[in-house]
Ligand binder design. Structure first.
Ligand code: ADP
Ligand code: ASP
Ligand code: MG
Length: 438
């Protein structure tokens, strides 16, 4: 069975929903379909949550009323069957009333998570009932019944596998299984989510849990491009990536994929295809265990990076120094991305600032500490076996006029990462495209 995920733009209007319904049913094959919220809805829900947090019930109510108008318009366009239309309207009104119920009561992160979960519940309800109207044998599979994260916010694969398999077996003669991306329960049974863009991750987790033959991520562009199309013109789709290359690009900022969404697919060697809903015949990108030799594939950029340099004469000829430094980051549950070292110092980067002050206080016990904020990691990915000549020099050559804070090469066979200032990001991305892909 295949798992197909459709992003916000792909279900962003009644017309798009109809289009997706056609796309998922025309081959007559059983599949799991994971949907995001309609585009804009998750941001709107966060806006509503902000109003509630600020105890501005009127502000929240205005935005909820706007949402109501939008969804009623979509339902009007979708349904010709009066009963299904009534059912769908009842569900959406129920969800909107649930949102209204948060007014004038304490509003914490727990309530916020309940609010942001409603977008995927609305889109899947509409799609499910629309499929029924079209005579499709469809089942509604609530993600909150099977998608769970543990105390470390990692997917609880055993629980997920048992529960989704049971759901699919219970309704084994259906054609389309509709479920929500993004939303889940946490280790305490509360409503939670897989972070922004998390529907890709949902699809990959489900794909791994049911050992799907393929995971398809349908979006608004024809695959992973060789550079970020939001900043660089004339980018081109990359036809093939291996799991490591794709994981690296996703982690280092290629927005088309959630940062950790490749991991579950790679666990069971399930190919991931990135496809364009607006251009379904385009080949897109296939991510698998196949490697194309001798090629630089793509460039991505990750914002919000902080670099920390620790200088200490005690590091000279000493062992155990690195362990002590890294233990500080472990104690504060802060992942380290890049690392470079010299005889008397180590520089590293993090992308989570919430424990920065505590980390710096601890590190000062080992030596002098310098912190630089507002940096960007540029990541160049491809077949970079160390005996392939010239790849790293062409990257450095492309960036010769840009101040570089750190370079990391040789950590794997497939990437070079460069740390630069935020204000140089767009120029660096363009220069890399000109040098590497022309
Ligand atoms: P969805 O809502 O379908 O999940 P996203 O907006 O999350 O879609 O991801 C698709 C967008 O990712 C594209 O429209 C594009 O602007 C952006 N993007 C950033 N980097 C890349 C890249 N290297 N290749 C393709 N798209 C990229
Ligand atoms: N709707 C969620 C978001 O906007 C999840 C997703 O679209 O993948 O982040
Ligand atoms: Mg996305």
């Amino acid at each position: 069975m295949k798992v197909l995920k459709f992003g916000g733009t792909s279900v962003g209007s009644a017309e798009r929903i109809k289009n997706v319904a056609k796309l998922i049913t025309e081959d007559g094959q059983r599949k799991v379909v994971v949907l995001s919220a309609m585009s804009g809805t998750t941001n709107t829900l966060l806006e509503i949550a902000d109003y509630f947090r600020l105890e501005n019930a009127v502000g929240a109510s205005d935005v909820i009323n706007r949402l109501q108008n939008k969804y009623e318009g979509v339902i009007d366009e979708l349904f010709t069957d009066a009963d299904l239309k009534k059912d769908c309207l009842e569900t959406i009104h129920g969800i909107l009333d649930y949102l209204r119920s948060f007014a004038n009561r304490p509003f914490t992160i727990f309530e916020e998570r309940c609010v942001v979960a409603q977008g995927e519940l609305m889109s899947t309800n509409m799609m499910y009932r629309y499929l029924l109207q079209q005579g499709v044998k469809a089942a509604f599979v609530p993600a909150l019944d099977f998608m769970r994260i543990d105390k470390n916010c990692e997917p609880d694969f055993k629980f997920i596998e048992e529960n989704i398999k049971a759901k699919l077996e219970a309704d084994s003669d259906e054609l389309i299984y509709i479920t929500q991306g993004f939303i889940c329960r946490n280790a305490y049974g509360e409503i939670d989510n897989l972070q922004r863009g998390g529907s890709d991750y949902s699809a990959s987790i489900i794909g791994a849990a049911i050992r799907a033959e393929e995971i398809q991520i349908w979006t608004d562009i024809d695959g992973m491009h060789n550079n970020d199309p939001r900043y660089v013109e004339n980018t081109k789709p990359v036809r093939m990536l291996n799991f490591d290359e794709a994981a690296e690009l996703a982690y280092f900022g290629a927005k088309i994929l959630h940062p950790t969404c490749i991991t579950p697919a790679r666990m069971y060697n399930i190919p991931v295809r990135l496809l364009n809903t607006m251009q379904p015949e385009a080949p897109g990108t296939t991510i698998s265990n196949q490697t194309e030799k001798d090629k630089i594939k793509a460039v991505a950029a990750k914002d919000g990076i902080v670099s920390i340099k620790i200088k200490s004469s005690r590091m000279l000829m000493a062992y155990g120094f690195m362990r002590k430094v890294f233990e500080v980051f472990e104690d504060f549950k802060t992942p380290v991305d890049l690392v470079t070292t010299s005889e008397v110092g180590v520089s590293l980067t993090i992308d989570k600032e919430n424990k920065l002050d505590e980390i710096v206080t601890e590190l000062k016990k080992f030596g002098s500490v310098t912190v630089d904020k507002n940096l960007v990691i540029i990541c160049v990915v491809g077949d970079m076996e160390w005996d392939n000549l010239g790849f790293e020099s062409s990257v450095v050559e492309a960036l010769k006029d840009i101040p570089v804070r750190m370079i990391s090469y040789g950590g794997s066979n497939y990437n070079i990462s460069i740390l630069i200032r935020k204000e140089d990001k767009e120029r660096a991305l363009r220069l890399l495209s000109e040098h590497l892909f022309k």
